[in-house]
Design a protein around this ligand. Sequence first.
Ligand code: FRU
Length: 495
Amino acid sequence: ADGATIRRPRWHFTPARNWMNDPNGLVRHDGRWHLYFQHNPNGIDHGTVGWGHASSTDLLTWTEHEVALEADDDGQVFSGSVVLDAEDTSGLGSAGHPPLVAIWTQAAETEQSQALASSTDGGYRWRKHPGNPVLRRGSADFRDPKVFRYEGADGPCWIMVAVEAQDRQVLVHRSTDLRSWTLVSTYGPAGPVGGVWECPDLFPLTVDGDPDRVVWVLLISLNPGGVAGGSGTHVVLGQFDGERFVPEEPLPAETRLSDGSWRQQTTEELATYRWLDHGPDAYAGVTFSGTEGPDRILVAWMGNWDYAKELPTRPWRGAMTAARVLGLTERGGRLELVQRIVGPDGAAETVLRRASDAASEHDLPGVVRVEVAITLRAAEGTVRLDVDDADGRRRLGLRYDAAGASLRLDRPAADGLPAAFERHVAATVRPDGDRVALTLWFDESSVEVSSGGGTGSMTALLAGSATDGRRRLLVDPGPHAVAVTASVGPDDTAP
Ligand code: FRU
């Protein structure tokens, strides 16, 4: 065995110890970014989960705090959200202290229902609401409430999106006090239905910053059935009127087959839908509440249920993606979701190679941002970028194919990692004239590939040597020209 492992990232959040999956309760409050997360405080496996807690002032350096919410006899504490109840509509605050209210799924043996907890000390200590659960449907798969304030024509109210996971449906509920909820509409089943729907989010964005062009974004995580295999996050654009989400590009309605299962969907069909990320490791992504104005910032779990439970990391297991500032832009008459990675500012920019069609090799540290500028010089031909680790083992292959305008990511199998870790995925990346710009953010054992000015994203964990995070980048431009610069994290050595 070559003893490949997943190295602990430096600037992506990982818990000090034990299991982590989805981000929960993302909220900006009192100048801090609070990140709660699905966490088993007692073990390296999913086991019995509650909410862990970390916070940050810059989304890059995180302080882990005491566990916020723990499982008890009523069930586990599954995913959910946090809002600042500024007017204390819930009555869970105390004089002069409007509460932060967490809305989460109480996952009991046979029923999942929505429950509340409140904090009046800024999100550090939480008290479960004695009236839990506040919303029941007698369902075993009703979960992942995301709540936001909505300013309607008839005054403000709270909106909750949550899923009936097995039914591939998003449920919209409304409330004035966070305690009593009325179902106002449903979305789905439609589009990708190859797995359970989980962790929805719904929020408005402006198109190219134009305050008069507001489009709502519905995120639906599904597992399996994602475009990269296993867990993935589907994106739907549309309008929301306080009751109903109406997609701008309606997708084919789906129904269960007579045996209760769902139609198999091919990779080609999945590729026709919108996805947050075309890589295998961005799941359950949701956005922060409490941000000013149009800012929308997302964090996802950098994992995939296909193999997350078998990753050989100790004493921690699970990482978050970088925070990403979301936007919408119009390109050639089509709306595109844009993601701007919030990463460390590089101390030094190094030109690794100027634009040329020669092949070359370069040393890279474990934490580095690499800018790849491709100039297409022919209608066909492939640019090849390979990344080997310090042991000389191939950990990543990126291929840009000019004829197909597609970017492929190949992650080979690695000894010591589960077989399902091997992935071969692709996404359309249209050139801008004759240019294709890729930004690769490496943080030890992960890469986030951003293309087309943030309109494309591919996130992948990478295998690596347990003892040495340095890597080698191999560039073969084929008939095209490639320039590469590297920008090293503040506390790392130059390449
Ligand atoms: C998504 C998910 C959620 C659930 C949580 C349990 O990864 O399955 O639907 O609330 O994880 O940990």
